[in-house]
Design a protein around this ligand. Structure first.
Ligand code: GUN
Ligand code: FE
Length: 389
């Protein structure tokens, strides 16, 4: 393979948390808190995926768009529709994106609207099992199913329990939202008399390779629990600024032995490209470290030693995410699949400008992570196959 001068080869990006059906509302609707955003904007949109033709149109726009931004592995929440979810798995296979694809399970009588829910807990478990079979039957080595209880407020105990049993019986990975916001955490405490992560663990959903989206509000003890179970966190920095009421402490989580990767959280996060999410992760870590209220004195304002740099953020977006879901990607080395992106610096009109005698490799890397756009990503490979050129 020949790369033009000024082209950087990097591992492909692993986006640990994407809501595929929310793609049409990207960039809109972030004026409401999570619990109202779901009912007013998101559930009505997701309900439309009962129309598999509509779903296929969206998937055929979403998947190539994300590949063009360098997302070589995508961990998807689909809608609760079996056919639309199978169509998403097919779209990933056809366009050549490595993906985990999960049919969303949700049945709670108050946590979901009656026009967008599984009819009963057992119907939700059966449809989840059927979706595992259907996604597997797509027959692509790139695409696997993932068991996907939306989050505790949207699921009855019977559904959470049934999905825990399904995970134990099949060994299929689990993903869900965990301890995302003050409201989510308060809800779990009220309902379970235990925190959200502890409840997930009791239902058998906190397992090796479980992806816990957000998890901003984990205590030290809950981080130890996740680490002990081998569950990891999808850190979604931009979405958290709107919904989470807090900044996730990446450094604390890594120090506690919790696996961490990055997620765009499309469309709670309005930035689909994971390089941009790297910059968001760096930025919010600085705000966590210093704090934000100037009325407080500097010593009271922030959480010391919270900052991460672009190297750590890029590591989260590649090797860190790959480790959470235990896929052999995220690094360019023998023994791993060749999932990679080529970024062209110094392209006429491009976003990344390098200066002779000023920009060594470390600075060039920092510029690429902070500045490169989809237009600067000249080529993308998944499993050695070119998917953008
Ligand atoms: N919690 C439950 N559903 C969702 C969702 O679609 N997005 C986010 N960010 N949080 C959720
Ligand atoms: Fe989410």
């Amino acid at each position: 393979m020949d790369l033009a001068d000024g082209t950087f080869l990097m591992p492909g990006l692993v986006d640990l948390h994407i809501h595929a059906p929310q793609w049409p509302q990207l960039g809109t609707g972030l004026d409401l808190p999570l619990e109202r955003w779901l009912f007013d904007y998101t559930f009505p949109l997701e309900a439309r995926y009962a129309d598999t033709g509509f779903a296929a149109t969206v998937w055929d726009d979403l998947v190539p768009s994300l590949l063009a931004m360098g997302t070589t592995t995508a961990v998807y929440f689909s809608s609760n529709h079996l056919d639309a979810t199978t169509a998403l798995a097919r779209a990933c296979a056809r366009h050549g994106q490595r993906a985990l694809v999960g049919r969303v399970a949700m049945d709670h009588p108050t946590g979901t609207p009656e026009w967008y829910r599984d009819a009963t807990a057992s119907a939700g478990v059966e449809a989840s099992a059927a979706s595992i079979e259907a996604v597997t039957a797509v027959g692509s080595p790139l695409v696997e199913p993932v068991i996907t209880p939306r989050f505790t407020p949207a699921c009855t105990d019977a559904l959470l329990e049934g999905l825990g049993e399904l995970a134990a019986a099949t060994g299929v990975r689990v993903q869900t939202h965990c301890a995302e916001s003050d409201w989510h955490c308060g809800y779990a405490l009220d309902r379970f008399g235990a925190s959200d992560p502890v409840a997930l663990d009791r239902f058998g959903l906190m397992l090796p390779r479980t992806v816990l989206a957000h998890s901003d509000h984990l205590t030290a003890g809950e981080m130890a629990l996740a680490a002990g179970r081998g569950a990891g966190v999808a850190h979604c920095p931009l979405s958290n600024a709107y919904f989470a009421n807090a900044v996730f402490g990446v450094r604390r989580a890594l120090a506690a032995g919790v696996g961490v990767g990055l997620g765009s959280d499309i469309a709670g996060g309005a930035r689909p490209g994971l390089l941009g999410v790297c910059q968001d992760a760096v930025t919010v870590s600085r705000m966590l470290e210093d704090g934000v209220d100037p009325a407080l004195g500097a010593p009271q304002r922030g959480v010391p030693e919270s900052r991460i740099d672009t190297v750590t953020a890029f590591w989260l977006a590649t090797a860190g995410g790959a480790a959470v879901i235990d896929l052999p990607v995220g690094l360019i080395e023998s023994g791993r699949a060749f999932d990679a992106v080529a970024v062209r610096a110094d392209r006429p009109g491009g976003a990344v400008r390098l200066w002779e005698g000023l920009d060594d490799d470390a600075r060039a890397f920092e510029k690429v992570v902070r500045l490169a756009t989809a237009d600067d990503i000249s080529r993308v490979w998944v499993d050695g196959k070119s998917v953008k050129q």
